[in-house]
Design a protein around this ligand. Structure first.
Ligand SMILES: NC(=O)c1ccc[n+]([C@@H]2O[C@H](COP(=O)([O-])OP(=O)(O)OC[C@H]3O[C@@H](n4cnc5c(N)ncnc54)[C@H](O)[C@@H]3O)[C@@H](O)[C@H]2O)c1
Length: 310
Protein backbone atom coordinates (compact mmCIF):
# COMPACT_ATOMS: atom_id res chain seq x y z
CA UNK A 1 0.00 0.00 0.00
CA UNK A 2 1.81 3.09 -1.23
CA UNK A 3 -0.99 5.14 -2.79
CA UNK A 4 -4.49 4.55 -1.51
CA UNK A 5 -7.84 5.79 -2.87
CA UNK A 6 -10.65 5.72 -0.28
CA UNK A 7 -14.30 5.96 -1.41
CA UNK A 8 -17.03 7.15 0.99
CA UNK A 9 -14.19 8.78 2.90
CA UNK A 10 -16.30 11.34 4.79
CA UNK A 11 -18.42 8.75 6.58
CA UNK A 12 -18.08 7.32 10.08
CA UNK A 13 -15.22 4.96 9.20
CA UNK A 14 -13.66 6.89 6.32
CA UNK A 15 -13.13 10.15 8.19
CA UNK A 16 -11.01 8.37 10.81
CA UNK A 17 -9.42 5.86 8.43
CA UNK A 18 -8.22 8.73 6.23
CA UNK A 19 -6.41 10.30 9.21
CA UNK A 20 -4.81 7.04 10.25
CA UNK A 21 -3.70 6.11 6.73
CA UNK A 22 -2.28 9.62 6.17
CA UNK A 23 -0.33 9.33 9.44
CA UNK A 24 0.99 5.89 8.40
CA UNK A 25 1.68 6.37 4.68
CA UNK A 26 1.97 10.17 4.18
CA UNK A 27 -0.76 12.75 3.56
CA UNK A 28 -0.23 12.95 -0.20
CA UNK A 29 -0.36 9.17 -0.58
CA UNK A 30 -3.95 8.86 0.62
CA UNK A 31 -6.65 10.26 -1.64
CA UNK A 32 -10.03 10.75 -0.02
CA UNK A 33 -13.19 10.73 -2.12
CA UNK A 34 -16.92 11.10 -1.54
CA UNK A 35 -19.99 12.61 -3.21
CA UNK A 36 -19.40 15.83 -1.26
CA UNK A 37 -16.37 17.72 -0.04
CA UNK A 38 -15.37 19.42 3.23
CA UNK A 39 -13.90 22.91 3.04
CA UNK A 40 -11.04 22.09 5.40
CA UNK A 41 -9.91 18.80 3.80
CA UNK A 42 -6.30 18.17 4.82
CA UNK A 43 -5.03 16.16 1.84
CA UNK A 44 -5.76 15.15 -1.76
CA UNK A 45 -9.47 14.68 -2.40
CA UNK A 46 -11.76 13.92 -5.36
CA UNK A 47 -15.51 14.06 -5.79
CA UNK A 48 -16.36 10.48 -6.78
CA UNK A 49 -19.89 9.14 -7.15
CA UNK A 50 -19.30 5.39 -6.97
CA UNK A 51 -22.43 4.68 -9.02
CA UNK A 52 -20.82 6.52 -11.95
CA UNK A 53 -19.28 3.62 -13.86
CA UNK A 54 -15.90 5.21 -14.57
CA UNK A 55 -15.49 7.67 -11.67
CA UNK A 56 -13.49 5.34 -9.37
CA UNK A 57 -11.31 4.18 -12.26
CA UNK A 58 -10.59 7.78 -13.31
CA UNK A 59 -9.66 8.92 -9.79
CA UNK A 60 -7.45 5.86 -9.18
CA UNK A 61 -5.69 6.32 -12.53
CA UNK A 62 -5.24 10.08 -12.08
CA UNK A 63 -3.51 9.58 -8.72
CA UNK A 64 -1.61 6.44 -9.68
CA UNK A 65 -3.23 4.51 -6.82
CA UNK A 66 -2.10 0.96 -6.00
CA UNK A 67 -4.93 0.30 -3.54
CA UNK A 68 -8.68 1.00 -3.32
CA UNK A 69 -10.48 1.02 0.00
CA UNK A 70 -14.14 1.02 -0.90
CA UNK A 71 -16.36 2.34 1.93
CA UNK A 72 -19.21 4.14 0.11
CA UNK A 73 -22.46 2.37 0.98
CA UNK A 74 -25.96 2.77 2.39
CA UNK A 75 -26.15 1.23 5.88
CA UNK A 76 -28.69 -1.22 7.29
CA UNK A 77 -31.46 0.99 8.70
CA UNK A 78 -31.35 3.51 5.82
CA UNK A 79 -31.16 0.71 3.23
CA UNK A 80 -34.38 -0.78 4.59
CA UNK A 81 -36.25 2.47 3.85
CA UNK A 82 -34.98 2.64 0.24
CA UNK A 83 -34.06 -0.93 -0.73
CA UNK A 84 -33.86 -0.36 -4.50
CA UNK A 85 -31.50 2.60 -4.04
CA UNK A 86 -29.47 0.51 -1.59
CA UNK A 87 -29.02 -2.25 -4.17
CA UNK A 88 -27.88 0.25 -6.80
CA UNK A 89 -25.40 1.97 -4.50
CA UNK A 90 -24.13 -1.03 -2.55
CA UNK A 91 -23.86 -3.48 -5.46
CA UNK A 92 -23.33 -1.06 -8.36
CA UNK A 93 -20.70 0.88 -6.42
CA UNK A 94 -18.89 -2.31 -5.40
CA UNK A 95 -18.88 -3.63 -8.96
CA UNK A 96 -17.46 -0.35 -10.28
CA UNK A 97 -14.78 -0.36 -7.57
CA UNK A 98 -13.82 -3.99 -8.29
CA UNK A 99 -13.68 -3.29 -12.00
CA UNK A 100 -11.30 -0.37 -11.40
CA UNK A 101 -9.14 -2.68 -9.25
CA UNK A 102 -9.15 -5.34 -11.97
CA UNK A 103 -8.36 -2.96 -14.83
CA UNK A 104 -5.59 -1.14 -12.95
CA UNK A 105 -4.31 -4.19 -11.01
CA UNK A 106 -4.90 -2.69 -7.54
CA UNK A 107 -5.11 -4.17 -4.07
CA UNK A 108 -8.69 -3.94 -2.76
CA UNK A 109 -10.43 -3.65 0.61
CA UNK A 110 -14.13 -3.41 1.38
CA UNK A 111 -15.96 -4.13 4.64
CA UNK A 112 -18.76 -6.61 4.96
CA UNK A 113 -20.81 -6.66 8.15
CA UNK A 114 -22.44 -8.81 10.83
CA UNK A 115 -25.53 -7.80 8.80
CA UNK A 116 -24.55 -10.53 6.32
CA UNK A 117 -25.88 -13.07 8.83
CA UNK A 118 -29.57 -13.86 9.21
CA UNK A 119 -32.12 -15.37 11.60
CA UNK A 120 -31.13 -18.96 10.75
CA UNK A 121 -27.42 -18.31 11.49
CA UNK A 122 -26.21 -19.76 14.83
CA UNK A 123 -26.40 -16.81 17.25
CA UNK A 124 -23.59 -17.70 19.66
CA UNK A 125 -19.92 -17.97 18.64
CA UNK A 126 -21.12 -17.58 15.06
CA UNK A 127 -18.55 -19.46 12.95
CA UNK A 128 -16.55 -17.91 10.09
CA UNK A 129 -18.35 -20.19 7.66
CA UNK A 130 -22.00 -20.82 8.42
CA UNK A 131 -25.58 -20.41 7.19
CA UNK A 132 -26.08 -16.94 5.68
CA UNK A 133 -29.69 -16.12 4.79
CA UNK A 134 -30.07 -12.42 5.77
CA UNK A 135 -33.54 -10.89 5.66
CA UNK A 136 -32.56 -7.19 5.23
CA UNK A 137 -31.59 -5.56 1.92
CA UNK A 138 -28.30 -4.52 3.53
CA UNK A 139 -27.60 -8.14 4.46
CA UNK A 140 -28.45 -9.34 0.96
CA UNK A 141 -26.01 -6.75 -0.43
CA UNK A 142 -23.28 -7.76 2.02
CA UNK A 143 -23.49 -11.51 1.27
CA UNK A 144 -23.53 -10.84 -2.46
CA UNK A 145 -20.61 -8.42 -2.00
CA UNK A 146 -18.54 -11.01 -0.11
CA UNK A 147 -19.12 -13.50 -2.93
CA UNK A 148 -18.33 -10.92 -5.60
CA UNK A 149 -15.02 -10.09 -3.92
CA UNK A 150 -14.18 -13.82 -3.76
CA UNK A 151 -15.08 -14.07 -7.44
CA UNK A 152 -12.74 -11.24 -8.45
CA UNK A 153 -9.92 -12.98 -6.59
CA UNK A 154 -10.53 -16.45 -8.05
CA UNK A 155 -11.48 -15.32 -11.58
CA UNK A 156 -9.11 -12.37 -12.09
CA UNK A 157 -6.51 -12.62 -9.32
CA UNK A 158 -7.48 -9.24 -7.82
CA UNK A 159 -5.99 -9.05 -4.29
CA UNK A 160 -9.34 -8.52 -2.55
CA UNK A 161 -9.50 -8.47 1.26
CA UNK A 162 -12.21 -7.65 3.80
CA UNK A 163 -13.71 -8.04 7.25
CA UNK A 164 -17.21 -8.44 8.65
CA UNK A 165 -17.36 -5.41 10.90
CA UNK A 166 -19.56 -5.40 13.96
CA UNK A 167 -21.27 -2.16 15.07
CA UNK A 168 -18.57 0.50 15.29
CA UNK A 169 -18.40 3.04 18.08
CA UNK A 170 -16.57 6.34 17.63
CA UNK A 171 -16.63 9.95 18.82
CA UNK A 172 -15.44 11.81 15.71
CA UNK A 173 -18.10 11.38 12.99
CA UNK A 174 -21.72 10.40 13.69
CA UNK A 175 -22.80 6.99 12.36
CA UNK A 176 -24.59 6.86 9.01
CA UNK A 177 -27.87 5.01 9.69
CA UNK A 178 -27.02 1.54 10.95
CA UNK A 179 -28.84 -0.72 13.42
CA UNK A 180 -26.10 -0.41 16.07
CA UNK A 181 -26.07 3.44 16.04
CA UNK A 182 -27.73 3.46 19.50
CA UNK A 183 -24.39 2.36 20.95
CA UNK A 184 -22.87 5.66 19.79
CA UNK A 185 -25.90 7.82 20.67
CA UNK A 186 -25.93 6.47 24.23
CA UNK A 187 -22.55 8.13 24.92
CA UNK A 188 -23.60 11.51 23.42
CA UNK A 189 -26.84 11.39 25.45
CA UNK A 190 -24.98 10.38 28.62
CA UNK A 191 -22.80 13.50 28.37
CA UNK A 192 -25.58 15.89 27.28
CA UNK A 193 -28.65 14.66 29.19
CA UNK A 194 -27.47 11.96 31.65
CA UNK A 195 -30.17 9.76 30.15
CA UNK A 196 -30.89 7.93 26.90
CA UNK A 197 -33.87 6.27 25.23
CA UNK A 198 -32.74 3.16 23.35
CA UNK A 199 -34.58 2.09 20.19
CA UNK A 200 -33.10 -1.41 20.69
CA UNK A 201 -34.76 -3.56 23.36
CA UNK A 202 -33.20 -4.67 26.61
CA UNK A 203 -31.42 -8.01 26.29
CA UNK A 204 -30.63 -7.64 22.57
CA UNK A 205 -26.98 -8.61 22.19
CA UNK A 206 -24.89 -7.58 19.18
CA UNK A 207 -21.19 -7.44 18.38
CA UNK A 208 -19.47 -4.06 18.72
CA UNK A 209 -16.00 -2.59 18.37
CA UNK A 210 -14.25 0.69 19.20
CA UNK A 211 -13.04 2.56 16.11
CA UNK A 212 -9.26 2.37 16.87
CA UNK A 213 -9.49 -1.44 16.78
CA UNK A 214 -11.48 -1.30 13.54
CA UNK A 215 -8.84 0.90 11.87
CA UNK A 216 -5.92 -1.20 13.08
CA UNK A 217 -7.65 -4.27 11.68
CA UNK A 218 -7.78 -2.77 8.16
CA UNK A 219 -4.09 -1.89 8.16
CA UNK A 220 -3.08 -5.27 9.61
CA UNK A 221 -5.16 -7.23 7.12
CA UNK A 222 -3.95 -5.20 4.12
CA UNK A 223 -0.31 -5.66 5.16
CA UNK A 224 -0.71 -9.39 5.92
CA UNK A 225 1.13 -12.05 3.94
CA UNK A 226 -1.33 -13.08 1.18
CA UNK A 227 -0.21 -16.72 1.41
CA UNK A 228 -1.70 -16.92 4.91
CA UNK A 229 -5.14 -15.59 3.91
CA UNK A 230 -7.43 -18.57 3.48
CA UNK A 231 -10.72 -16.66 3.87
CA UNK A 232 -9.67 -13.30 2.46
CA UNK A 233 -12.88 -11.35 2.05
CA UNK A 234 -15.14 -11.59 5.02
CA UNK A 235 -13.25 -12.22 8.24
CA UNK A 236 -15.42 -12.23 11.34
CA UNK A 237 -13.95 -9.66 13.76
CA UNK A 238 -15.43 -8.54 17.05
CA UNK A 239 -14.34 -7.04 20.36
CA UNK A 240 -17.47 -6.68 22.50
CA UNK A 241 -20.81 -8.47 22.68
CA UNK A 242 -23.26 -6.18 24.45
CA UNK A 243 -26.92 -5.25 24.98
CA UNK A 244 -28.11 -1.67 25.75
CA UNK A 245 -28.07 -2.28 29.53
CA UNK A 246 -24.37 -3.31 29.35
CA UNK A 247 -23.48 0.12 27.90
CA UNK A 248 -25.60 1.77 30.60
CA UNK A 249 -23.76 -0.20 33.29
CA UNK A 250 -20.35 0.79 31.91
CA UNK A 251 -21.46 4.47 31.69
CA UNK A 252 -22.77 4.44 35.29
CA UNK A 253 -19.24 3.71 36.52
CA UNK A 254 -18.49 7.31 35.42
CA UNK A 255 -21.96 8.95 35.55
CA UNK A 256 -23.83 7.14 38.38
CA UNK A 257 -27.11 8.99 37.78
CA UNK A 258 -27.29 7.88 34.10
CA UNK A 259 -30.74 6.59 33.22
CA UNK A 260 -31.64 4.22 30.35
CA UNK A 261 -35.18 4.08 28.94
CA UNK A 262 -36.58 2.09 26.02
CA UNK A 263 -38.76 3.04 23.05
CA UNK A 264 -38.21 0.18 20.63
CA UNK A 265 -38.16 0.82 16.87
CA UNK A 266 -39.69 -2.33 15.30
CA UNK A 267 -37.69 -2.08 12.04
CA UNK A 268 -34.28 -1.82 13.68
CA UNK A 269 -35.25 -4.28 16.43
CA UNK A 270 -36.18 -6.87 13.81
CA UNK A 271 -32.84 -6.40 12.05
CA UNK A 272 -30.99 -6.62 15.38
CA UNK A 273 -32.76 -9.85 16.31
CA UNK A 274 -31.74 -11.42 12.99
CA UNK A 275 -28.03 -10.78 13.75
CA UNK A 276 -25.71 -12.87 15.95
CA UNK A 277 -25.14 -12.26 19.68
CA UNK A 278 -21.40 -12.83 19.34
CA UNK A 279 -19.28 -13.93 16.41
CA UNK A 280 -16.14 -16.07 16.46
CA UNK A 281 -13.07 -14.11 15.29
CA UNK A 282 -10.60 -17.01 15.44
CA UNK A 283 -9.95 -17.22 11.67
CA UNK A 284 -8.85 -13.55 11.65
CA UNK A 285 -6.70 -14.15 14.74
CA UNK A 286 -5.00 -17.18 13.21
CA UNK A 287 -4.58 -15.97 9.62
CA UNK A 288 -3.42 -12.36 10.13
CA UNK A 289 -3.11 -11.77 13.88
CA UNK A 290 -6.32 -9.78 14.53
CA UNK A 291 -6.50 -8.60 18.14
CA UNK A 292 -8.82 -6.00 19.71
CA UNK A 293 -7.42 -3.79 22.47
CA UNK A 294 -10.64 -2.21 23.78
CA UNK A 295 -13.25 -3.96 25.93
CA UNK A 296 -16.48 -2.17 26.94
CA UNK A 297 -14.95 -0.49 30.02
CA UNK A 298 -11.81 0.79 28.29
CA UNK A 299 -13.90 2.04 25.37
CA UNK A 300 -16.44 3.74 27.66
CA UNK A 301 -13.73 5.58 29.56
CA UNK A 302 -12.15 6.82 26.33
CA UNK A 303 -15.49 7.73 24.66
CA UNK A 304 -16.68 9.76 27.66
CA UNK A 305 -13.35 11.57 27.99
CA UNK A 306 -13.15 12.42 24.28
CA UNK A 307 -16.81 13.49 24.03
CA UNK A 308 -16.49 15.67 27.12
CA UNK A 309 -13.55 17.45 25.45
CA UNK A 310 -15.58 17.81 22.24
N1 LIG B 1 -20.18 1.90 10.78
C1 LIG B 1 -20.45 0.64 11.10
O1 LIG B 1 -20.83 0.35 12.25
C2 LIG B 1 -20.26 -0.45 10.07
C3 LIG B 1 -20.40 -1.79 10.49
C4 LIG B 1 -20.25 -2.81 9.55
C5 LIG B 1 -19.90 -2.49 8.24
N2 LIG B 1 -19.76 -1.18 7.87
C6 LIG B 1 -19.43 -0.91 6.47
O2 LIG B 1 -18.34 -0.01 6.37
C7 LIG B 1 -18.51 0.82 5.21
C8 LIG B 1 -18.46 2.28 5.61
O3 LIG B 1 -19.43 2.52 6.59
P1 LIG B 1 -19.62 3.92 7.36
O4 LIG B 1 -20.16 3.59 8.70
O5 LIG B 1 -18.40 4.75 7.25
O6 LIG B 1 -20.81 4.54 6.50
P2 LIG B 1 -21.35 6.05 6.48
O7 LIG B 1 -22.79 5.99 6.13
O8 LIG B 1 -20.95 6.76 7.72
O9 LIG B 1 -20.53 6.69 5.27
C9 LIG B 1 -20.78 6.33 3.93
C10 LIG B 1 -20.20 7.43 3.06
O10 LIG B 1 -20.50 7.09 1.70
C11 LIG B 1 -20.83 8.30 1.03
N3 LIG B 1 -21.64 8.01 -0.15
C12 LIG B 1 -22.98 7.81 -0.23
N4 LIG B 1 -23.35 7.63 -1.51
C13 LIG B 1 -22.23 7.72 -2.26
C14 LIG B 1 -21.97 7.65 -3.65
N5 LIG B 1 -22.95 7.42 -4.55
N6 LIG B 1 -20.70 7.78 -4.07
C15 LIG B 1 -19.69 8.02 -3.17
N7 LIG B 1 -19.89 8.12 -1.86
C16 LIG B 1 -21.14 7.97 -1.41
C17 LIG B 1 -21.56 9.14 2.05
O11 LIG B 1 -21.51 10.52 1.68
C18 LIG B 1 -20.78 8.82 3.33
O12 LIG B 1 -19.75 9.75 3.56
C19 LIG B 1 -19.83 0.38 4.57
O13 LIG B 1 -19.58 -0.60 3.59
C20 LIG B 1 -20.58 -0.26 5.73
O14 LIG B 1 -21.51 -1.19 5.29
C21 LIG B 1 -19.93 -0.17 8.76
Amino acid sequence: MKKILVTGALGQIGSELLRQLRANYGTNNVIGSDIWQKEDEEGPFEIVDVTDEKAIYNAAKKHNADTIMHLAALLSAKAESVPQLAWNLNMGGLMNALEAARELDLQFFTPSSIGAFGPTTPKKHTPQETTMRPTSMYGVNKVAGELLCDYYFYRYGVDTRGVRYPGLISYMTPPGGGTTDYAVEIYYDAIKHKQCTSYIAEGTYMDMMYMPDALNAVVKLMEANPDKLVHRNAYNISAISAAPEDFAGAIRKHIPEFELKFDVDPVRQQIAESWPDNIDSSAAEEEWGFKAEYDIDLMTEDMLTKLQMK
